[in-house]
Design a protein around this ligand. Sequence first.
Ligand SMILES: CC(C)(COP(=O)(O)OP(=O)(O)OC[C@H]1O[C@@H](n2cnc3c(N)ncnc32)[C@H](O)[C@@H]1OP(=O)(O)O)[C@@H](O)C(=O)NCCC(=O)NCCSC(=O)C[C@H](O)C(=O)O
Ligand code: MG
Length: 349
Amino acid sequence: MKTARGFFKPLAIGAPAPWRELPARVERMIHFVPPHLEKVRAKVGEIAPTVDVILANLEDAIPADAKGAALAGTIALSREVDFAALGVGLWVRINCLNSPWHLDEVATLVEKAGDRIDVIMVPKVEGPWDIFYIDQLLASLEAKHGVTRPILLHAILETAEGVMNVEQIAGASPRMQGISLGPADLAASRAMKTTRVGGGHPGYRVIEDPHADGSPRVSVQQDLWHYTFAKMVDACAAHGIKPFYGPFGAIDDPVACEQQFRNAFLMGCAGAWSLHPSQIAIAKQVFSPDPTEVAFAKRILEAMPDGSGVAMIDGKMQDDATWKQAKVMVDCARQIAAKDAEYAALYGF
Ligand SMILES: CC(C)(COP(=O)(O)OP(=O)(O)OC[C@H]1O[C@@H](n2cnc3c(N)ncnc32)[C@H](O)[C@@H]1OP(=O)(O)O)[C@@H](O)C(=O)NCCC(=O)NCCSC(=O)C[C@H](O)C(=O)O
Ligand SMILES: [Mg+2]
């Protein structure tokens, strides 16, 4: 690992100084776009004002013979829409580091759109060495092409080895912006016997003991992802970066999508991926704190102006710890309100 002093030094002569704090950005939904499809790309200008992040996807779901077209489409997209003016992030998911495509992708992206791309999402990150590699590569390319703002990195947690090393991944570079759970690849990596992209499974349950009278036993579906989530959220929080839920593949089941997103939100995630336009509104609603909760959190902050002591509000004890929770909630709401007039009104900011 780098020394403390070395951690924030640029990795190449002429590369921009690494971020010391993550830029404050609202990232409730990362909306995936297949950039090789002109028809879909043409709609991005219309969709962009309704999302926090547009992600041009170059990896899975893009056919092998369309990888070049997807890269060209990404560069075109970065020029066709002024994402910065809209306050919308532009992210790109590159192909994985053991693929034949990632090197040309990173080189082209930095050369042709280095000052417009906010975050590069790296799939199937196995350990900190993957981040060290891409960190160095980006620094060299940024220096070469005069990019003045470092491109951030987002890792997808989607292999058993990656889960094992998630803490080191989260702290591998000041470029680390966050980590998403990739449940489909992770399921395959673990040899889980499922065919879904995220969500629960009706077979994964706990069941009550047999009744003496032989009456039916209640069983309840459990969360397949809880362990991984908790590990990922703690690793991200400890390193000051953001955890995200990834994809929910059942586009036809908005109720389960909302539940999956809500579980992630309550566990500390900042956002989730939207794969289809119908998932944008779900993510927006779930990852914007409930106005009633925000109003209650504001009351806690008002009751304890210096954040210490004890207070009773509506029969509930408040102290320094609930004050901190309230502050998380109000800070999140304030950040959203600064971007989103609809929520500014709902929160009363
Ligand atoms: C999933 C889809 C293939 C569905 O597309 P389609 O069959 O066209 O859906 P609809 O007919 O309902 O579409 C209605 C209209 O909306 C447009 N559309 C669809 N998706 C998008 C989108 N993402 N962005 C913008 N516009 C979109 C359609 O073109 C229709 O338009 P019109 O004909 O004019 O009415 C499709 O949604 C899709 O490709 N989504 C992205 C899929 C993707 O990125 N998958 C990879 C991420 S998940 C993953 O990689 C797993 C993860 O890594 C892990 O391991 O867990
Ligand atoms: Mg994947």
